[in-house]
Write a protein that binds this ligand. Structure first.
Ligand code: GLC
Length: 571
């Protein structure tokens, strides 16, 4: 195999360095899933004081911001994505005062704080829905939700054929005969965004948290709030997480009359105007499972949101060509509207990426993994995950990390089914394992009960014994650990301004090498990843200075399979 020759290297530029320096354009944002991060109260469920106690860890890691999944008052039918009061902290997680302490500490450490906003639906225990239940058909109370008469004799059939994303029908009938729509669980009734009262309420909720100092909002199901007029039947498959397409590339798309309707954009323009009233660059981030990327980019036009999660990137398989394609498509689509691209590999809704990459079809995306399913190759998966991280953090734009990935944490793939809590597991008649396996509490201390997650050793989901080796305490101080690699990569990313940098693909690699290599230049840095099965020679004579690698690498030695590295280019 021919070696990489930087002297003769030609490149194709697809993205120029950004001239804007707003923080969010290149930020690394760390997702905290409150119930599983750190438990200060000892009840086995993480809480806000627990998060505050670990903010130093995040500052040391080197991230710029924290995104908190919901901690609002909620019956927890969907782990808090069923909000009963948008202006209160659930007692499980603490109090508003705890939130104030958290945000003050975060800001003191230089960390911004983004909170989750769930506007597509409320909890059925929200006072609005309770009022709707207590009010007659046709009342203003019911007009805040999507109530309809059924079809067929006596309206006994649901108003249309829509299915819930968690399985089963998307409609539930009340004793008085009317049906209400819920794209998710029956305890998550969809709001009617044609109702001005709903708009007014959410503008007020935005202001409530902006006044408390939050730096932005991650907007849940941002593509779902407006439904096509007349709620027409649809025979497509409704899923939050689609499988990959035959090209092994993206597949995040969600079409159908419940998603990605033109009207959602008006809502974001309205919200952008609210955010712009505030000082300090507050942001809106779309959780929109929309494709193609050019369609997703419409959510981040200059007067709408600031960022959108790049699920096309997340769903791309461990395949060099597919990665190259999705990176180019992302940068081109976002450049067109002047928005930064984002990059994400894991979150609380998908199987953790080290486990996805350890499957026989690496990077494929099962709806959860449990006993009896194919078990990932843990070592190989982690090896690839570390390489994927160096690709991701080497890209220009903003990157999202999911709690525990800095420890190389895999999915819990052998969780006892009797402990599962995800509504998807129940609503699919126990056919989809769901998302509990990526929500298991974080191991902080290898020696402590519940690995230091809680002072009493309680944990709402049990951690596998094998997680001792992933605990922060087992990795701290070891530069070769996954934690050590993340810290170093974040530091170098900052030093070399990779987040606001450029991207040029390296051309002219021999065909066989090109098929399995991700090779790009961002400013002064060459990012090289070998996804093939043979080592990739890198001639020592080219003066490449090794900055970091995902596996131990000797200067000038070939890059082993499933390994990535950053090199400083000779001047
Ligand atoms: C989003 C959340 C997911 C939740 C769903 C319903 O996709 O990320 O966890 O179940 O919305 O709110």
């Amino acid at each position: 195999m021919t070696s990489i020759d930087t002297a003769a290297m030609t490149t194709t530029l697809v993205h120029r360095a950004s001239e804007h320096d707003a923080w969010w354009r290149n930020a690394v944002i760390y997702q905290v899933y409150p119930r599983s991060f750190a438990d200060a109260s000892g009840d086995g469920i993480g809480d806000l004081p627990g998060i505050t106690s670990k903010l130093d860890h995040l500052a040391r890691l080197g991230v710029d911001a924290v995104w908190l999944s919901p901690f609002y008052r909620s019956p927890q039918a969907d782990a808090g994505y069923d909000v009963a009061d948008y202006r209160q902290v659930d007692p499980l997680f603490g109090s508003l005062e705890d939130f104030d302490v958290l945000i003050e500490r975060a800001h003191h450490l230089g960390l911004r704080v983004i909170v989750d906003l769930v506007p597509n639906h409320t909890s059925d225990e929200h006072e609005w829905f309770q009022a709707a239940l207590a009010s007659p058909k046709g009342s203003p109370e019911r007009a805040r939700y999507i109530f309809r008469e059924g079809k067929g004799p006596e309206g006994a059939e649901p108003p249309n054929n829509w299915q819930s994303i968690f399985g089963g029908p998307a409609w539930t009938r009340l004793p008085d005969g009317q049906w209400y729509l819920h794209l998710f669980d029956s305890k998550q009734p969809d709001l009617d965004w044609t109702n001005p009262e709903v708009h007014e309420e959410f503008r007020s909720v935005l202001r409530f948290w902006l006044d408390r100092g939050v730096d932005g909002f991650r907007v849940d199901v941002a593509h779902g709030m407006v439904k096509a007029e007349g709620l027409p039947d649809w025979d497509g498959h409704v899923a939050m997480v689609e499988g990959v397409d035959e090209e092994g590339s993206t597949g995040a798309g969600n079409q159908g009359p419940m998603f990605d309707q033109e009207g959602v954009h008006e809502i974001y323009r309205e919200w952008r105007a609210v955010l712009d009233e505030y000082e300090g660059d507050r942001i809106l981030v779309a959780e929109a499972w929309v494709e193609p990327l050019s369609r997703l980019a419409r959510y981040v036009r200059p007067d709408e949101m600031h960022q959108a999660f790049n699920f096309s990137y997340l769903t791309t398989k461990w395949d060099a060509q597919a990665l190259r394609k999705v990176v180019t498509a992302s940068l081109v689509a976002n450049d067109e509207v002047g928005a930064p691209s984002t990059w994400v590999l894991s979150n609380h809704d998908v199987v953790r990426h080290p486990s996805r990459y350890g499957l026989s079809d690496p990077g494929s995306k099962p709806q959860g993994i449990g006993i009896g399913d194919e078990q990932p190759d843990e070592e190989l998966g982690l090896r690839r995950a570390r390489a994927a991280t160096l690709i991701t953090l080497g890209l220009p734009g903003s990157a999202y990390l999911y709690q525990g990935e800095e420890l190389g944490l895999p999915e819990h793939t052998e969780l006892d089914d009797s402990l599962r809590q995800d509504p998807a597991w129940f609503r699919t008649g126990h056919t989809e394992r769901g998302r509990d396996g990526c929500r298991v509490p974080i191991p902080w201390d290898a020696e402590a009960p519940a690995f230091g997650f809680s002072p009493t050793g309680a944990a709402w989901l049990p951690q596998p014994a094998s997680w001792a080796k992933y605990a922060l305490s087992a990795q701290r101080g070891d530069a070769t650990s996954t934690y050590g690699m993340y810290r170093a990569a974040l530091r170098i990313r900052r030093d070399f301004k990779l987040g606001s940098g450029s991207l040029a693909w390296v051309d002219g690699l021999p065909e066989a090498t090109a098929a399995t290599t991700v090779a790009f230049v961002n400013g002064d840095v060459l990012v090289l990843a070998n996804l093939g099965t043979e080592a990739l020679p890198i001639g020592p004579e080219y003066g490449l200075e090794l900055l970091i690698s995902s596996q131990p690498l000797v200067h000038g030695a070939p890059l082993p399979p499933d390994t990535a590295a950053w090199f400083r280019l000779p001047r």
